[in-house]
Design a protein. Sequence first.
Length: 307
Amino acid sequence: MHGSHSHAPGQAHTSRHDTNERRMGLAALITGLFMFVEIAGGIISGSLALLADAGHMLTDLGSLSLAWFGFRLARRPADWKRTYGFDRFQVLIAFANGLALFAIAAWIVLEAVERLGQPQPVAGGIMMVVGAAGLAVNIIAFGLLHGADRENLNVKSAAIHVLGDLLGSVAALAAGAVIYLTGWTPIDPLLSILVAVIVLRSGWKVVEASGHILLEGAPHELDTRHIEPDLVANVPGVVSVHHVHVWSITQERQMVTLHACVDEGLEGDRMVKAIKERLHTRFGLDHATVEIEHGVCADAAAEAKSA
């Protein structure tokens, strides 16, 4: 069996990783500090929108801290127990953060429905001040994450948390203005429900993407059905390709294993190099394990023998 070995991340990957970690840490710090301000503002003003946003900020603090820890943990090298290292911990955190968004959205909706049934007095002026300050803080935090690697699921899930907070601050600011000018308090829970729906939709996207990776699904941008006909058509000597498996450790680390049946007399090492080169140039797959066969597949022969 011929295969390739795992390659250490290059300097560009390491630099991007460091940037992600640093920006995540700063976003967690400013989010955590302002959370206490919003809790106080929500209690004083009686605003559900502010309290919902503060609750969201609490989970943000947890999710951003976990995301930061995920980047720290991913630095650890692979060992004999975890031969792929700790990179996928980032994906696991993204999945957990996505599920947390579901819980947040459900809590906001339940609280909002209760508020609609039993309206409570709300201090619109305080809401506007705290909402405006929260908006500024969330814009800074979102800007930090926007400057990180936006294709990284860990960054993406954290950014969605912060975006949900940003929308919550906008809702609190708008609701505060309406209440201050008109006294119509139902706007507070109604805008909270709107924010919850947006958060829920974003959370689903993160859960779907991270869950797909955790289930060893093939990358969405790659149709594995094209690999066999492409290799047969473009690599001389390849007769057939089977047992094709493509999956991702993280979005940046994609793997492929396959069996290739080749013409008799062809040198295995040369065929492996040719197949790997085609997998790289056509499909962008850099880590490939290729088993070269002549005639009947070894697995098929073993199955026939045991039958």
